[in-house]
Structure formats: structure tokens, C-alpha cells
Design a protein around this ligand. Structure first.
Ligand SMILES: [Zn+2]
Length: 446
């Protein structure tokens, strides 16, 4: 297979030190060989090379989407204007409980199309209690580097549909089966994924943590998202969520916690001590009325931060450009302009995300040897200088239509804003048909 040379773009390599996270931004060519970045610089092509000029565009690493639920994409618009616990109990849990393999597949395929179209080339995905094996196969087929887990829920209660809870033994068996399957998949890693502290028995949480240590697996869960959830955790367990997770052995450098909006000083100290990572989901935190996470402080204290959209019914976009802008704006408001500048937001969406997910040795920068997961952004008039205010334009100005081309491991997946190998409209039609069946199973009209 000939090499592909992407020629003449302004490259944002994301290979710099923390104080200069963008690295040296300059006009460069990139050689791609066997799915990896083979050379970066001024490249003289040979007659065997395929050359694609992308002069006038900005080339950056693909987005690393730190927290998303593929199984919820079907539910976009079905759970609006609710706070977290009502959102879960009244809408999301009954809807997830009504999933079958085919509706799960339709939802996951739609998610992949939306993520790719928005420039995401890697993702961490928390799926439902059942049918996660279907999402896992969709993730494997997508070619995107994916960390995926079935969510763990063994604490039944009056608010939880019976179909959505399992026994601790069944949950552990599912962990074993799915993590085994991931071992044979080159692009999918498994994450032990308790839904949140209220959904899991102490017995299951401790056993899941031990399993993760034994098999060197990642851990991903939600924590400290909404004040009402925090109050419920304290009422039921007598401590805050991160203290409970720490005691259960679920924290450490291989763990990432979605949200962390309402952490106490003690909880923040635990995050620092244990090297636990945070995935910030700013739009969802606003839409569910949860609050603004102290991301500038986390970063100042050395807590690695990624960005994610969370699920379609709580955002309602799965667009990393939206989250980058939202994150930067919220920190300008809560911490002050300049405390967490645009370059830090961009870092969190790319290389920082790769670091949080333990993928930085594979992707997240434009560096020789890494996967050629790349996005070319069109920021408008190419005759204008791309120097100086480039990151400001990417973070604050760019919208999804700026995503012009996307490559996953060197394979073109989006060209001129169009998905090459996925029929987005057909996926949407299939998803709509599956949603009708699912709503009927759930006994809902909408
Ligand atoms: Zn979530």
C-alpha cells in the first residue's frame, strides 16, 4: 500500500510540554504509512506516494471523546428539561430497560457516525446493563480506538426497572465475558464501569475493583455530578462518592470519573493522591442543572482532565467542538478569563483525553509512530493568516461544519464533510424504526 502524504496544512501537533500544550504550530506535511504517522516536516514525495494537498486547512489530532453512552443516542430529545435523578428514573432507565440487541445496534451505529462526522476518532463508552456485547462489536467495526464497558447495577430499588438490575454474580460474569472478548480486538479495550455509587452493592464494587486490578483493566464511572445525587449518597452511605469509591478500591491512575462537579476538599485530595482522572462534560452539567466543575483547579493540582459530551438525551449533541467551547467559556466564568485558556481546552479534547484514557502512547498527538487519527479543519478564508489566533479560532469560533476531513488510522472516513463509508441517513431511518419498537416495548408514546 503506498504512503499517503497530507501536504501543506498548518499542523497543531499537540506534542508540547504542559505550559505549551499545542506544541510548535507550523506549516508541515505528514506522511502516513500502514495507518501510522511516519514523518512530519517538509516532505519531498516519491513517485510511489499518494499526495493530498490540504493547504489552507488546520491539521490536528482527532478528538478523544472521554465519556459517551452509545446506547442512549436513540433517546435524544426524549428526556429534556429534567434534573439528574428524575432524568434517570423517569426516562433513561425505563428506556434502557426496553433495549434489545437490534435497538442497541441502531443506537451504537448512529453514535459512531455522529462522532466521526464531528472529528472524534477515539471514545470511552459506557453502555447499559444488557446488550453491551452488541455495542462492543459496533465499536470494533468502527475502527475507532474505543474503551467500552457494560454498566454495573445490582442495587434494585423501587425506582429501578427490574430488567435493568442484575445480581453481583451476573455482573461479574458479564465483566469476565466482555473483557475476554476485548482481548482479541486490537482497537477496543474494556473498562469496568459501575454506573455510580448508588447503583452498585459494596460487594459488587469491591469484586469489580479486584477483577480490574487482576486483569489490568481500566475503570470508568460517574461521580459527584448533581447536588441531589450527592445528598442521596451521603444519606445512604454516610460519606461522599469519591470517598466510597476510594474505599472500594476503584480509584487510581487507570480510573476516570465523569463529572466531578461537586467535590469536597477531601475528595479533591483523594483524586490527587490516587492519580485518578476526570472527564468533564460541560454541556450535560448545564442541561441537567448540575453545576460547573472546577476544571481549572483540577488542572492546577495535576489532575488530568478529558472532555466528553455524555449521552445524547442530556446534551443533546455529541460534538466535541461544542464541548471544547463550552468548557473554555465556563472556566472563564467560574475561574476567570485566562485561568484555563483555550489551549488547555484543546489539549483536554485531544492529547489530554488520550492521557486520561491511557492511550497517549497510541494516539492524541501528531507524532511519528502514533496512529494517524487526524482531522483537517477548515477555518474559512485560507488567505488569512492562521498564526496567532489559531487556537482561539478553533476553540471559540469553529462549529461542526469546520470538520472537513477525518482519517482514522490513516483511512479517510470523512471527506469534505461527508461520511465516506457510513450512510448517515440510512442509519437514522433504521434508528427511527428501532425507536418506535423500543417505545412500544417500554409502554411509552414518546
Ligand atoms: Zn454519563
Amino acid at each position: 500500500m503506498p504512503d499517503l502524504i497530507l501536504q501543506g496544512a498548518t499542523v497543531v501537533p499537540m506534542d508540547g510540554p504542559p505550559e505549551q500544550p499545542l506544541g510548535t504550530v507550523a506549516a508541515r506535511d505528514v506522511r502516513i504509512r500502514d495507518g501510522r504517522i511516519a514523518e512530519v516536516g517538509q516532505i519531498t514525495p516519491t513517485t510511489d506516494d499518494i499526495v493530498q494537498s490540504i493547504a489552507g486547512l488546520v491539521l490536528a489530532p482527532g478528538f478523544v471523546h472521554g465519556h459517551v453512552h452509545y446506547c442512549q443516542t436513540l433517546f435524544r430529545g426524549l428526556a429534556d428539561d429534567l434534573p439528574l435523578l428524575d432524568w434517570l428514573v423517569r426516562r433513561i432507565w425505563p428506556l434502557e430497560a426496553a433495549h434489545d440487541p437490534e435497538s442497541t445496534r441502531a443506537s451504537a451505529e448512529l453514535s459512531v457516525a455522529e462522532l466521526l462526522r464531528g472529528g472524534a476518532t477515539a471514545a470511552q463508552v459506557m453502555e447499559s446493563v444488557h446488550h453491551a456485547e452488541v455495542s462492543l462489536e459496533v465499536a470494533a467495526t468502527s475502527g475507532m480506538t474505543t474503551i467500552l464497558g457494560n454498566c454495573l447495577m445490582d442495587r434494585a430499588g423501587p425506582d429501578v426497572p427490574a430488567q435493568l438490575t442484575t445480581t453481583a454474580d451476573a455482573a461479574l460474569a458479564a465483566i469476565e465475558q466482555l473483557s475476554d472478548r476485548c482481548r482479541s480486538l486490537p482497537t477496543v479495550d474494556y473498562a469496568v464501569s459501575p454506573r455510580f455509587v448508588l447503583s452498585c452493592s459494596d460487594e459488587l464494587s469491591r469484586a469489580a475493583a479486584a477483577h480490574a486490578v487482576r486483569h489490568d483493566l481500566r475503570i470508568h464511572t460517574h461521580a459527584d455530578e448533581h447536588p441531589d445525587e450527592g445528598a442521596a449518597v451521603r444519606a445512604q452511605l454516610g460519606r461522599d462518592a469519591i470517598e466510597v469509591l476510594h474505599d472500594q478500591g476503584l480509584l487510581g491512575p487507570r480510573t476516570s470519573l465523569a463529572h466531578c462537579v461537586h467535590t469536597t476538599a477531601r475528595e479533591r485530595a483523594i483524586l490527587v493522591e490516587t492519580g485518578t482522572r476526570v472527564v468533564h462534560c460541560p454541556s450535560t452539567n448545564l442541561k441537567l442543572g448540575s453545576g460547573i466543575a472546577p476544571i481549572a483547579e483540577y488542572q492546577a493540582r495535576g489532575i488530568p482532565v478529558a472532555l466528553g459530551a455524555d449521552g445524547a438525551p442530556c446534551n443533546n449533541r455529541l460534538c466535541m467542538l461544542t464541548e471544547v467551547r463550552q468548557a473554555a467559556l465556563l472556566q472563564a466564568l467560574s475561574a476567570g478569563p485566562g485561568r484555563w485558556p483555550a489551549a488547555h481546552a484543546w489539549h483536554a479534547a485531544t492529547r489530554g483525553g488520550a492521557e486520561v484514557l491511557g492511550l497517549a502512547d497510541r494516539l492524541g498527538s501528531i507524532r511519528v509512530g502514533l496512529r494517524a487519527d487526524l482531522v483537517a479543519f477548515d477555518l474559512g478564508d485560507p488567505t488569512r493568516s492562521l498564526d496567532g489566533d489559531l487556537v482561539s479560532r478553533l476553540v471559540y469560533s469553529a462549529q461542526r461544519d469546520a470538520v472537513r476531513h477525518v482519517w482514522v488510522a490513516g483511512t479517510p472516513r470523512v471527506r469534505d464533510g461527508v461520511l465516506l463509508d457510513l450512510d448517515h441517513e440510512a442509519l437514522q431511518r433504521r434508528a427511527a424504526a428501532q425507536l418506535r419498537l423500543l417505545l412500544s416495548r417500554a409502554g411509552m408514546t414518546r
